[in-house]
Design a protein around this ligand. Structure first.
Ligand code: GAL
Length: 440
């Protein structure tokens, strides 16, 4: 009986709807002394003030998750009483997570912050739909306007207001390889690779009895990303931007030739590709079952987590040297966040030099801030940072930066179907139709 009345007192106190005076009166009636009751109330209030922070992401892989935890650790340092809820939904590229998030947002149940790419994904998918609040005041108060390159800020901006704090910049057009596997196949790789050298290398690896190109297209983004890299390698950054930017023509012979050549590349993949996630394909090259994998440099995060950095080599996807495919990650401020003060504290943390210095070495990306000291970063990170500073920057379509969500979906569908049907005409027509629908 006594514990029941105590319980209802605690519930009343935690509800926040009763004044302290009333609560103390209730406590007295229950026989709880004033000192004990005041102590209890103070404890309840401090738990309420600390509250929770629910962070929604798809960073669940062996390389991604420790990087997210590094951000949590940075947050906890300055907010030790806030309970973090790690709302991760597995599935590389975020397809499954984004579906869950849409349902939550439509049902008015946002987390305290979610992971998003800037560009179209952020603006069309979340800002225009009314799900985000601007964070322009934080850009000013935290000095982000000066620390983050203007090009990135522009991708986080709609009608003059910023809506995302970027934490890291991934390079999407990488080709990773296992040094021992290519050496055993008699292949040597220099600073870059041409398409012809790549084909010769794939043939040599195949002849050596290993898989040439590891592919894990259980994750829907993988065929799209492989294709965008191939397209960039063959046509260069300007035509890439025209096509995904909505002004290029998908039905030309030139584009069809890219698709056909992409189909030939798929002749070198593993048979079990559709059962594997991107990280399984990365594991194939780590374990020496395959020679090459084209992926964004979150794969580098897997190398770090598995302590195999020295075994692995990297070049730009063949033909794409001089370009940097942008896959930028950041966090939002939801409208109606359950704990808005914690959201702000989280965004402030994510935007600091310290958090970005802790996160990016594990994630494989480079910091979004340009003032993070890079001396202790890996050679790979320095290579990527030099490319970011000097190369043509092109937004990834496979990761939602370059196109509308509707076009991205059509791109995924076309690229997934093409892995099996290899029908170049259907592929380009699907993209041409999606482009026309965007303009309608
Ligand atoms: C991207 C994201 C990366 C990485 C990758 C694979 O969309 O930007 O950070 O997580 O998916 O899951």
């Amino acid at each position: 009986m006594k514990s029941d009345t105590l319980k209802s007192f605690i519930v009343d106190a935690a509800s926040g709807t009763h004044s302290r005076r009333d609560l103390l009166k209730t406590a007295a009636a229950l026989g709880i002394g004033a000192t004990a009751a005041t102590g209890l109330l103070t404890q309840i209030e401090s738990v309420k003030a600390a509250g929770q922070l629910e962070v929604f992401s798809w960073w669940t892989s062996e390389g991604e998750h420790p990087a997210l935890v590094a951000l949590f650790d940075a947050f906890t340092k300055s907010n030790p009483d806030v309970k973090i809820i790690d709302a991760g939904v597995a599935g590389g590229g975020g397809g499954p997570a984004q579906a869950v998030l849409q349902t939550r947002l439509q049902g008015n149940q946002p987390p305290d912050s979610w992971q998003s790419h800037p560009g179209h994904e952020l603006i069309d998918g979340y800002v225009n739909a009314g799900y985000c609040e601007p964070i322009s005041d934080l850009y000013a108060s935290e000095g982000w306007s000066k620390a983050i390159p203007q090009g990135l800020i522009d991708q986080c901006t709609s009608e003059g207001e910023q809506y995302l704090i970027p934490v890291g910049v991934h390079r999407g057009n990488d080709l990773f390889y296992n040094k021992e596997v290519i050496a055993a196949a008699g292949v040597t790789i220099g600073e870059s690779m041409t398409a012809e050298e790549f084909k010769t290398a794939l043939d040599a690896v195949k002849a050596s009895g290993k898989v040439g190109l590891a592919l894990g297209d259980k994750d829907g983004f993988v065929p799209a990303q492989t294709f965008e890299n191939h397209l960039l390698g063959m046509l260069g950054p300007d035509k890439y931007k025209d096509l995904f930017g909505g002004t290029g023509d998908w039905t030309t012979d030139e584009v069809k030739a890219v698709v056909t050549s992409y189909g030939e590349l798929l002749g070198y993949i593993n048979d079990d590709h559709s059962a594997l996630a991107w990280s399984d394909a990365t594991a194939m090259i780590i374990e020496g079952k395959a020679a090459f994998n084209t992926m964004g440099d979150w794969s580098y995060g897997e190398f770090v987590a598995k302590d195999v950095v020295d075994k692995m080599g990297y070049v730009s996807y063949p033909g794409s040297k001089g370009s940097f495919v942008l896959v930028v990650d950041g966090f939002t401020k939801p409208k109606g966040a359950p704990d808005p003060e914690n959201t702000i504290a989280w965004l402030k943390t994510v935007g600091t030099v310290e958090a970005q210095a802790a996160f990016n070495p594990l994630k494989g990306s480079i910091p979004a801030r340009t003032d993070v000291p890079m001396d202790s970063f890996s050679d790979y990170h320095k290579w990527s940072a030099a490319s970011f500073a000097g190369d043509s920057l092109v937004p990834s379509a496979a990761h939602g930066l370059a196109t509308t969500p509707a076009f991205k979906q059509a791109f995924y569908d076309a690229a997934i179907a093409f892995v099996t049907d290899k029908d170049a005409d259907v592929f380009v027509q699907t993209l041409a139709d999606a482009q026309a629908a965007d303009k309608a």
